[in-house]
Ligand binder design. Sequence first.
Ligand code: NUP
Length: 211
Amino acid sequence: MTELMLALDVLTRAEAMDIAEKTHPYIDAIKIGYPLVLGSGLSVARDLSEFDLPLIADFKVADIPNTNRLIAEHVFEAGFSGIITQGFTGRDSVSACVDVAHSAGGKCYVVTEMSHPGALDFMGEGIAERLAALAVECNADGIIAPATRPERVKALREIIGKKKILSPGVGAQGGSAEEIAPLIDSMIVGRSIYNSEDPAKAAQSYSFIRN
Ligand code: NUP
């Protein structure tokens, strides 16, 4: 079974609550990041907790260990259950996020190779493998890997074993749900659900991955 994680990149609390209300029976987790939090404030996390789904903070944290720790503490105090951090800042910075997450009973995921074309300028083969190994070394709960490049997801799976792979890039970025779902643990989908005329129906259209 592969989970469906809704990337809720709408800009206001009202829109976020509306889409979550319509889609929550068909999704397994919600991910929010800068677009919604800068538009509505961090307190939107408490509002979304009414849907009783894991809530992931996609802040791609990328600072020195002390600043990462301060950011992660805010995230878990705000009611999130997981955080996404960059890995390229190195083991001490990643460990700071993992430690705060685990102390709060939450999860921490490390970005390895991003899903957009430009990711290959700096994060492609070789580097992504090192980032995945760092995620294992730092005891992170999983990685972010690109649904737009299934062969890269297979290579990164070899490194992380049973840790979770959360994978964005299906739909608007061109990745195929059918192709990526068997390789990953959680499929992250945003625009093709929240921009749909009927978000509930769009979310439901991915239910084959959850069976
Ligand atoms: O490599 C990444 N690619 C990516 O798209 C890492 C991410 N965290 N994301 C996020 O996943 C992106 O910021 C957005 O929130 C979501 C994909 O959304 P969409 O392309 O399905 O609209």
